[in-house]
Ligand binder design. Structure first.
Ligand code: C2E
Ligand code: MG
Ligand code: MG
Length: 405
């Protein structure tokens, strides 16, 4: 059973929190001085209710200290300040790799806090059961978590066709029609199962394999578009490309030749570039991206708002689409700053004659807000998770028969 630590200089708040939490925890300990808390040993499944604003050692220093100790305690942040302070602290906790379970602004709602504490406790319980099951029931422990691929593994995987694409639908928010799909690469490893891009894209970039990998991905996409067209569906596909892919001067010609060979109009392909990919040689990427656009390929600026591109870069490069980063979309119904950023991105995109896509839409409330704001295209788990190519047409047909977005 877990212990709860309340770290807050305000004694009244501490009393209130103790009364709420005592029935749920093995013990409840109050620290009015964060300096004392730092000296204390906290176990992995313990829960910490942490006030951010304290005299002396503050909540941010406590977060840093927990990170230095590699603590996996569950943290709930409290602040008398506005949402933006909590949001920054939340990002910081995330960057430190801490287990942040929630946050509250004062005055705290007793019902909401009780519910969150109960949820955290049941999560700890079910995670412990899961870890007991995986260590006892599987005779062959899964090595996926520890699998650290190297360059050779990547090249072998390409040779053995182990990279597969899943496609995530994008919906036109006015007509509800399927607007296109984003191709997302996965590695179907014979021993380690399905591996997600966070495990191998960076490595592909660092080892220079990304050139061959993107070529492989683009080939799969073109063949898939051709296949769907033969079945009577014209589906536009977005492909993610890395910085290194836009350093090959003849990329536009290569792509053009590939699409011609398969009789696919260039407008059926969208290349997604992140802002950080444009940080290198801007003149070279401008040359390549402009010629791609001239040949009719669409260009999208991905994860917009998280990189460092200046407005003039956005103006210089002929993007046709702006994708608002999912971190803003995810909490726009609760966080005024995120709401304002999303609103501004939509306005900016429209002023620059771009189609605006919101990604990371997880529920109807956010979908409805975005419809009201005039966003053009929706992507996210609320609509559908990425799926294998052979599931897409059925998914779209079933959706049309019982559509309720
Ligand atoms: P991205 O291009 O921004 O893709 C969106 C990511 O968000 C995908 O993760 C997608 O599965 C996930 N996602 C979509 N809707 C939701 C939602 O409602 N909630 C949440 N929490 N997540 C959602 P995935 O497939 O793991 O890809 C992660 C990143 O890896 C991509 O981010 C992209 O930067 C990179 N990536 C994926 N495929 C490729 C590729 O073929 N080439 C390159 N260079 N990068 C790729
Ligand atoms: Mg993308
Ligand atoms: Mg994105």
């Amino acid at each position: 059973m877990s212990h709860l630590y309340i770290v807050d200089d305000d004694t009244l708040t501490c009393e209130l929190l103790s009364i709420i939490a005592e029935p749920l925890f093995k013990s409840v300990t109050v620290f009015n001085d964060a300096g004392d808390f730092i000296e204390h040993k906290v176990d992995d499944d313990d829960v910490v209710l942490l006030d951010l604003m304290m005299p002396g050692v503050d909540g941010i220093e406590v977060l840093r200290n927990l990170a230095e100790k590699n603590s996996t305690a569950r943290i709930i942040l409290i602040s008398g300040y506005d949402q933006s302070v909590l949001h920054s602290a939340e990002r910081l906790a995330f960057d430190y790799g801490l287990k942040l379970e929630g946050q509250f602004t004062k005055p705290i709602s007793i019902d909401e806090l009780t519910e969150l504490l109960a949820t955290v406790l049941s999560k700890i319980c079910s995670e412990n059961i899961k870890s007991i099951n995986t260590t006892t029931s599987s005779s062959k422990p899964t090595t996926t978590v520890n699998f650290q691929p190297n360059k050779e593994d990547l090249l072998t995987a390409i040779k053995n066709n182990e990279f597969v694409l899943h496609y995530q639908p994008q919906i036109n928010m006015k007509s509800s029609a399927l607007s296109g799909v984003e191709a997302l690469v996965r590695w179907q490893h014979p021993e380690h199962g399905l591996i997600f891009p966070d495990k191998f894209i960076q490595l592909s970039e660092d080892t220079g394999v990304i050139g061959v990998l993107t070529e492989e991905i683009t080939n799969i996409v073109i063949i898939q578009i051709e296949h769907w067209r033969r079945q009577g569906s014209d589906i536009k596909v977005s492909v993610n490309i890395s910085a290194q892919n836009i350093t090959t001067l003849n990329l536009p010609e290569q792509l053009n030749e590939l699409m011609n060979r398969h009789k696919i109009p260039p407008s059926m392909l969208v290349l997604e570039v992140t802002e950080s990919a444009l940080m290198g040689n801007l003149t070279l990427s401008l040359d390549i991206l402009t010629r791609l656009r001239l040949k009719g390929v669409h260009l999208s600026i991905d994860d917009f708002g998280t990189g460092f591109s200046s407005l003039s870069q956005l103006h210089k490069i002929p993007f046709t689409e702006l994708k608002i980063d999912q971190s803003f979309v995810a909490d726009m119904d609760k966080n005024n700053d995120s709401f304002a950023i999303v609103e501004t991105c939509i306005m900016l995109g429209h002023k620059l004659h771009m189609e605006v896509v919101a990604e990371g839409i997880e529920d109807k409330a956010i979908y409805d807000l975005l419809v009201g704001m005039g966003c053009d295209v929706a992507q996210g788990y609320y609509i559908a998770k990425p799926m294998p190519a052979n599931k897409l047409i059925d998914w779209n047909n079933n959706r049309q028969s019982n559509f309720n977005m």
